[in-house]
Design a binder for this molecule. Structure first.
Ligand code: FES
Ligand code: FES
Length: 327
């Protein structure tokens, strides 16, 4: 996780907005350029924005620290004072520049991830006055009127896991992430959700986080993380699930392999919904005659059996009969 407990993404190139402006008009260029009079000729044909002349900013965007001369700011730019996580930044922004772009390219704040860059995945979510918004499509030029921007970096109150916000702690300890690309967005949307509804049902969580997509499919653990965080924020005592640790024990060289048992890893055809389902399943499998040991997780299971009583085919049948066939 990054400075506030969320996974860290690579630093984007420190290029100016003008450098990154393309020779074509994007959806954002069209929407914003039309409003600001920057797009010189754009028409909508069949629902698609088509440009006949590229937009060129009149000057590159630079960070400004002084009050500056407002009359010197071209019509395509704005000078705004952004309040991000309690810190004020006075910056000169292009009218088409997103909050995410300003934070990353101008201010060097890598506190939100960019996924789709078109308001569809929620990876870039931050709070503006407590409301979760997609920073990839929130224009910086529309901020600067006292709005409070909060990112995942503004949540923690101290070092280590103890210093994390309860929502960050829950996502971390419940494993509500895999690659982490979506995690900052989920955390910020959860902050907004729990502020409005301290005791959400799973249906309300699904609704509250409906703007966030996890490509790794960790939704079950995300929901568990939200419920755990909600409980802690209500002042309830929470217990995080134990993370199993597998200890490899070397076999003595003199042990007869048949007597020690035969062991094989299997992949579930359909992974278990959560790791919590594994222990009850393992307990059931262990009751089968000839099964010596069972270990694994929600995706795979390792069975050790007595070769005098079972073979692989019979072990597969045991698993199938338990309702969890394996590959
Ligand atoms: S990157 Fe902003 S919604 Fe996907
Ligand atoms: S953890 Fe990978 S996209 Fe959600």
């Amino acid at each position: 996780m990054g400075e506030a407990g969320a996974p860290t993404s690579p630093q984007p190139d420190q290029k100016s907005f003008a450098d990154r402006t393309k020779a074509t008009v994007t959806r954002r260029d069209f929407l914003i350029g039309a409003g600001a009079g920057a797009a010189t000729a754009a028409v909508v044909l069949g629902g698609a924005a088509v440009a006949t002349k590229a937009i060129q900013p009149t000057q590159t965007t630079t960070t400004a620290t002084g009050a500056g001369n407002l009359s010197a700011v071209p019509a395509t730019m704005r000078r705004v004072e952004l309040n991000i996580d309690g810190n004020k930044h006075t910056v000169l922004v292009d009218n088409r520049e997103s909050l995410w772009e300003t934070m990353n390219f101008q201010l060097g704040l890598s506190n939100s991830n960019l996924g789709c860059d078109r308001a569809q995945c929620g990876a870039c979510a931050v709070l503006v006055d407590g409301k979760a918004v997609n920073s990839c499509t929130m224009l910086s030029a529309r901020l600067g009127r006292g709005q409070q921007v909060k990112t995942v970096a503004g949540l923690a109150t101290g070092p280590g896991i103890a210093g994390l916000h309860p929502i960050q702690r829950a996502f971390w300890l419940e494993g509500g992430f895999q690659c982490g690309i979506c995690t900052r967005g989920f955390i910020m949307s959860t902050v907004a959700l729990l502020a409005a509804n301290p005791r959400p049902t799973d249906i309300q969580i699904a609704e509250g986080l409906s703007g966030n997509i996890c490509r790794c499919g960790e939704y079950a653990k995300v929901f568990k993380s939200v419920q755990t965080a909600a409980a802690e924020m209500r002042g309830e005592k929470v217990t995080y699930r134990a993370i199993p640790v597998v200890v490899e024990v070397a076999k003595p060289a003199t042990v007869n392999p048949a007597a020690a048992g035969t062991s094989k890893d299997f992949q579930f055809v359909t992974p278990l919904a959560t790791i919590e389902e594994f222990d009850p399943l393992a307990a059931t499998i262990k009751k089968s005659d000839g099964v010596l040991d069972v270990s694994g997780n929600e995706r795979s299971i390792t069975i050790k059996w007595d070769a005098a009583k079972l073979d692989e085919t019979k072990v597969r049948t045991i698993l199938t009969n338990s309702g969890h066939p394996v590959r």
